[in-house]
Design a protein around this ligand. Structure first.
Ligand SMILES: NC(=O)c1ccc[n+]([C@@H]2O[C@H](COP(=O)([O-])OP(=O)(O)OC[C@H]3O[C@@H](n4cnc5c(N)ncnc54)[C@H](OP(=O)(O)O)[C@@H]3O)[C@@H](O)[C@H]2O)c1
Length: 252
């Protein structure tokens, strides 16, 4: 058994590597910080291949795909991503475009590669890491981040149905967590207004549900509840509540 994990140098990606390694999976792990990846490799008991890559560029994504060309794997996790906090009008456009490149473009390029690879193999699991942000009608003060995650949710849902219709043994899942204690908030420039879930527990839950073929994975009762409430609330009310919650994060 072998799995590929992007964004494995910290947070959820590193913990998914720990969980999978404990289950006996060999791993291919990638991110930009090679020292962190090598430290994780040292920590794990199964075989780990480290491939440093910047997935924030098309070239970086295609180079990474070339490097895994001869690899045989069963599970692929698109986890690398980051957020930016601030009013849309004040956030730097280039930083947002970099986020769109990583959160959308790289996930798109790699998901297509993984779907084609697994279809040629007849089976396999893909896990795309989105966010509860991707299930909401919009995210004031993190508008672009929420929009990137909505793309990941929508893309994954569409592919899920195409695969289901074909009775394919290729499965796709999308992880939609609320706050998780990782380096995410320091990168995004926020503090959590809700208590974050543990990263390892979230990773364990995500892997279990992915391997069972679940489409939308929402860890934690409070976020499941928030998702249901959001679906029932009128859009403008949901946006008002979202603004209040987001605004508290800015006190970082
Ligand atoms: N933590 C939360 O509250 C939360 C909630 C919902 C969803 N998520 C999602 O969960 C995923 C993992 O985030 P996290 O919470 O674990 O945060 P994290 O600790 O900051 O991890 C982000 C990972 O992405 C990698 N990455 C960033 N830019 C990259 C690039 N250009 N090329 C390749 N890798 C890159 C980072 O590695 P390098 O810096 O070494 O490249 C790191 O390994 C993200 O998609 C995030 O949006 C997080």
């Amino acid at each position: 058994m072998k799995a590929i994990i992007t964004g494995a140098s910290s947070g959820l990606g590193a913990d998914m590597a720990r969980v999978l390694s404990k289950m006996g999976y060999d791993l291919i792990i990638t991110a930009r910080r090679e020292d962190r990846l090598n430290a994780l490799k040292e920590e794990l008991k199964t075989n780990v291949t480290v491939i440093p890559a910047d997935l924030g560029t098309e070239e970086g994504c295609y180079n990474f795909i070339k490097k895994i060309e001869n690899e045989d794997f069963d599970l692929a996790i698109n986890n690398a991503g980051f957020g930016l906090f601030g009013e849309f009008s004040s956030l730097e456009t280039q930083k947002e475009l970099n986020m769109i490149d990583l959160n959308i473009k790289s996930v798109h390029i790699l998901t297509k590669h993984f779907v084609r690879y697994f279809e040629s193999r007849g089976k396999g699991n893909i896990l795309n890491v989105a966010s509860s942000a991707g299930l909401m009608p919009g995210g004031p003060l993190m508008a672009t981040y929420y929009a990137t995650k909505a793309y990941v949710v929508s893309l994954s849902r569409g592919i899920y149905e195409e695969l289901r219709k074909k009775k394919s043994k290729v499965k796709i899942s999308v992880l939609c967590p609320g706050p998780v204690d990782t380096e995410f908030n320091s990168v995004a420039g926020v503090s959590f207004s809700l208590k974050g879930l543990g990263s390892y527990k979230t990773a364990e839950y995500a892997i279990k549900k992915t391997l069972s073929g679940k489409l939308i994975i929402i860890p934690g009762v409070s976020i499941k509840f928030a998702y249901i409430l959001n679906r029932l609330a009128p859009t403008k009310l949901a946006l008002k509540i979202a603004y209040k919650i987001q605004n508290k994060k800015g006190d970082a």
